[in-house]
Design a protein around this ligand. Structure first.
Ligand SMILES: CC1=C(O)/C(=C\N=C/Cc2ccc(O)cc2)C(COP(=O)(O)O)=CN1
Length: 396
């Protein structure tokens, strides 16, 4: 390329990057500490170098990228180990939504194989809206399970429902380990007893809790909740666990892990023109970035690294509750994970006022409360500033 052309090109590139910078400056930044309602955070710094290294990879055609495919198998093994599964099968995919849809694909296929006309699935009121997308797409029939006083699934309701509807085949139970709104954990060992008796598939949505609970020290574990949620519990067949939440991986990095590879056949679709004859993931072309960054961050942090991050988040969670008390702001429940629900008579109204003041948090539906997710980017200074702002805003 001529020197002149090269110079022109560089000038054009510089202008384009300048323009992009203007758009990026319109975005909020996690480090400013005003993003209080997100379950994502600033990715671990090592991510940048890994993204650059794996930019062109495509796990949609794994025969071309065997190294990246090997990494995915290793990452699933690492996450499987974290979830007490020595023989895991799964994928690092676009996010928790795709992971939950994938689990529901398997439940539906297994139900069809049993010759059932209807796919009946117990689902908690606290279920993430991704299950609504799955229901619509696959015509699933949900039996919504009410919550008990701890905002977890009422297991007695499941038992009674099955006894009162013996003719109705139940294909699955969705349980949550770290609910979106309150971070509560359903009593999965209790649910497992019912599932085992009736041979029912349990899918655990640990999109958020999957990278918190395994690292949660005893001092942060509350009486009255059962923290066992993984493959150590019978009938747990699949788990959603997202590296791009508390795993500190960049987006997109969701995870779906199955008890073993025997469930792959329910997902496989023939792929005539690819380097592999079958493809199980919902998304076809998919970058290897999520796999590689998750592998790198898990190797770098290890158990101890994640434990420290989770403990820091829990310390800041308890600090927020302490500061709230000084202004008589009430918590809706004792924090189970790093999520705080601040009672409010008009949570939507208050959150809109706070947003105008530059603070982004969300609200709960299951209880009238503001919702703060105390992610690793939130510091005590941010919490101090937030509480002062909330106090001002409540004066009106
Ligand atoms: C229990 C559960 C979730 O809390 C969840 C998402 N949750 C929160 C997603 C979120 C992330 C950042 C943000 O600023 C706002 C919202 C999903 C879907 O995960 P996703 O497809 O990766 O968004 C599934 N289950």
């Amino acid at each position: 390329m001529l020197k002149e052309d090269r110079r022109e090109n560089m000038e054009k590139e510089r202008e384009i990057l300048e323009k992009l910078k203007k758009y990026r400056e319109m975005d909020l930044k996690y480090v400013d500490g005003r993003i209080l309602g997100s379950m994502c955070t600033k990715p671990h710094p090592i991510s940048k170098k890994i993204v650059e290294m794996f930019l062109e990879t495509n796990l949609g055609d794994p025969g071309l990228f065997p190294g990246t495919k090997n990494l995915e198998e290793e990452v699933i093994k690492m996450i499987g180990e974290m979830l007490h599964n020595k023989n895991p099968f799964g994928y690092i995919i676009s996010g928790g939504t795709e992971a939950n849809i994938t689990a529901m694909r398997v439940v539906k296929k297994m139900s069809r194989e049993k010759g059932r006309k209807e796919v009946n699935i117990f689902i908690p009121e606290t279920a993430h809206f991704s299950f609504e997308k799955a229901r619509e797409m696959m015509d699933l029939n949900y039996i919504v399970v009410p919550l008990d006083k701890k905002y977890t699934m009422d297991v007695k309701y499941i038992k009674d429902y099955i006894e009162d509807n013996v003719e109705k085949g139940i294909d699955g139970i969705v349980a949550i380990a770290g609910s979106t709104e309150l971070g509560t954990i359903d009593n999965i060992p209790e649910i497992s007893k019912v599932a085992k008796e009736h041979n029912i598939y349990i899918h655990v949505d640990a999109a958020f809790g999957g990278f918190v609970i395994p690292f949660l020290e005893d001092r942060y574990r509350l009486e009255g909740y059962n923290y066992h949620f993984d493959f150590s519990v019978d009938n747990v067949i699949s788990i959603t666990v997202d590296p791009h939440k508390m795993g500190l991986a960049p987006i997109p990095a969701g995870g779906i892990v199955f008890r073993d590879s025997s469930f792959k056949r329910y997902l496989d679709v023939e792929t005539p023109y690819l380097t592999e004859s079958y493809q199980a993931t919902l998304i076809g072309t998919r970058s290897g970035i999520g796999v590689a960054t998750t592998w790198g961050i898990m190797k770098l942090l290890g158990y101890e690294g994640y434990r420290k991050i989770v403990s820091q988040c829990m310390e800041n969670t308890y600090y927020l509750v302490k500061r709230m008390k000084e202004y008589s702001f009430e918590k809706a429940i004792d924090p189970v994970l790093n999520i705080v629900a601040i009672r409010d008579e008009d949570p939507v109204g208050t959150s809109l006022i706070l947003r105008k003041m530059g603070w982004y948090l969300s609200t709960c539906r299951c209880v009238d409360a503001l919702r703060v997710v105390v992610m690793p980017h939130i510091t005590k200074e941010h919490i101090d500033r937030f509480i002062e702002t909330l106090a001002q805003c409540k004066k009106y």
